[in-house]
Design a protein around this ligand. Structure first.
Ligand SMILES: Cc1cc2nc3c(=O)[nH]c(=O)nc-3n(C[C@H](O)[C@H](O)[C@H](O)COP(=O)(O)O)c2cc1C
Ligand SMILES: C=C(O[C@@H]1CC(C(=O)O)=C[C@@H](OP(=O)(O)O)[C@H]1O)C(=O)O
Length: 389
């Protein structure tokens, strides 16, 4: 299974093609729209989110609520486009307008590097595509992938574990199910499970906004009921933990990812890191702990996948940073029209969906899956086989 996205932030729409889905998979447009709506929420978002109301349009590959096995083409309209039609015109006869031309690169964005690399004197040709607007298409891909996961009883959830200096304790996995995490985080404006930390995070976002500053943070994604042995130890690019961390770091503004206790493993002794193996009639093989976040040797262990991603603070600041105009080579202080000042809660939804995609992709690689029924049968049979191993 693979996907491609296309589209600019202020162009007419985002386009997504998903190829390799099983046929006869029930497809719910409402479930995709639900994920899109979740991505638009979260305390700290800017005015653009009041303009957009993302909904998926199905162009091909689905008939009467089921996949046919053909590529699925989907689109999400950019409502803001009506105000940008002349600036974003694809017609060669269209006037290459000076209006909205960008000659002032914003620190922390792709503007300057992209302009130098692709030879653009108008950095709009870079920033339109580098914008995190594109994450709406990636959430759509993840929402489609979740329909594969749902068929196999695999659940995905996420929550915010840090914004700026305010963080929460690690979850006790025995206490929290994916369903509870999803429910509780959804009820919180910052998608945090701890009510005290939630209030402190909100205060921090308000303070940063008043100062014209921005904030980053950390999100955690949990995937439950994953079969043992997704991914592989035999080759670097088949290791699922590596694919998942790449997916996380590919989200705009994400600078790192860790599996399980991640960087904390460096400080601990081996006996405090590795998860002892147990067996019982009821559960089959399982682990006493899940410090390694559901992975050994690039393969799933059957314990929940636990992955965290760190997001840098939003680079566009109302408090201006120094930069250099590429026309005059003169220094200037960046001024802005609108921006998010914290997008960590929204980015958590993106993280959740890119992880869902990678898990579904690994599932379809492992199991025979021309039809949804075939995939379901193979997964069930394998789960039985694992228990009898
Ligand atoms: C959901 C989401 C919303 C974002 N919103 C903004 C924004 O409003 N303003 C901004 O400057 N950056 C925003 N960003 C971050 C930039 O897109 C990102 O920092 C930039 O494209 C440069 O990429 P890099 O940080 O990965 O190097 C957002 C990121 C995400 C994931
Ligand atoms: C449009 C979205 O996020 C945008 C991501 C973004 C950036 O620079 O990444 C900048 C802002 O866009 P604009 O400059 O149009 O206000 C955000 O609103 C979205 O998440 O759908």
């Amino acid at each position: 299974m693979r996907y491609l996205t296309a589209g600019e932030s202020h162009g007419s729409q985002l386009t997504l093609i998903v190829e390799g889905l099983p046929s006869r998979l029930p497809f719910s447009r409402e479930a995709v729209d639900q994920q899109l709506a979740r991505r638009q929420k979260g305390y700290g978002r800017g005015r653009r989110m009041q303009i957009e109301s993302d909904r998926v349009q199905v162009l091909s590959g689905i008939r009467f609520g089921e996949t046919t096995g053909a590529p699925v083409a989907l689109a999400i309209e950019n409502k803001d486009w009506v105000k940008w039609k002349d600036v974003m015109s694809p017609d060669s006869e269209g006037e290459k307008t000076e209006k909205r031309r960008v000659s002032r690169p914003r620190p922390g964005h792709a503007d300057l590097n992209g302009a130098i690399k692709y030879g653009h004197r108008d950095m709009r040709d870079v920033l339109e595509r580098s914008s995190a607007r594109e994450t709406a298409a990636r959430v759509t891909a993840g929402a489609v992938a979740r329909q594969v996961l749902q068929l196999c009883g695999i659940r995905v959830a996420s929550h915010v574990v840090r914004i700026g200096t305010v963080g929460t304790e690690r979850l006790d996995p025995a206490r929290w199910t994916a369903e509870e995490i999803a429910e509780r985080s959804e009820a919180s404006p910052v998608r945090c499970l701890d009510p005290e930390a939630e209030q402190a995070m909100i205060r921090l976002i308000d303070e940063a906004k008043q100062e014209g500053d921005s904030l980053g943070g950390v999100v955690e994604v949990i995937v439950e009921n994953v079969p043992v042995g997704l991914g592989s130890h035999v080759h670097w690019d088949r290791k699922l933990d590596a694919r998942i961390t790449q997916a996380i770091v590919s989200i705009n503004a994400f600078k790192g990812a860790e599996i399980g206790i991640g960087f904390e493993a460096a400080e601990r002794k081996g006996s405090q890191v590795h998860d002892e193996i147990l067996w019982s009639e009821e559960k089959g093989y399982h682990r006493a702990t899940n410090r390694l976040g559901g992975f050994e040797g690039g393969m799933t262990t059957g314990e929940p996948i636990v992955v965290r991603g760190v997001m840098k603070p939003i680079p566009t600041l109302y408090k201006p940073l120094n930069s250099v105009d590429i026309d005059t080579k003169e220094p200037f202080q960046a001024s802005i029209e609108r921006s998010d000042n914290c997008a960590v809660p929204a980015a958590g939804v993106v993280a959740e969906n890119v992880v869902a995609w990678e898990v579904a992709r690994a599932l379809l690689e492992k199991f025979s899956s021309d039809t949804a029924e075939e995939l379901h049968r193979c997964v069930e049979q394998y789960r039985k086989q694992v228990k009898e191993f």
